[in-house]
Ligand binder design. Structure first.
Ligand SMILES: [Zn+2]
Length: 80
């Protein structure tokens, strides 16, 4: 009976140690931090029609290398 108690204790210790090891090896979750950095690192450009500032990746290019915030503003600026 003593042997059984020791066996349970040893298995419990092994289980706790393995659980702590897998938790320590897991990389820290930081998707919010990465998203914030990419927003901070992106350059802003102004719309040639209304002048509002938008991220360069969301800007629409038009004639004469001008940038626009939306297809509507591109169409309005080109037609005027
Ligand atoms: Zn605009």
């Amino acid at each position: 009976m003593r042997f059984l108690a020791w066996l349970v204790l040893v298995l419990l210790v092994i289980h706790v140690v393995r659980k702590k090891m897998t938790a320590a090896m897991r990389p820290p979750p930081a998707p919010a931090e990465q998203a914030r950095r990419s927003v901070e690192g992106e350059s802003m450009v102004s719309c040639a029609h209304c002048g509002i500032y938008i991220p360069a990746s969301e800007a629409l290019s038009g004639p004469h290398d001008q940038l626009y915030c939306s297809p509507e503003h591109r169409a309005l600026h080109v037609s005027s």
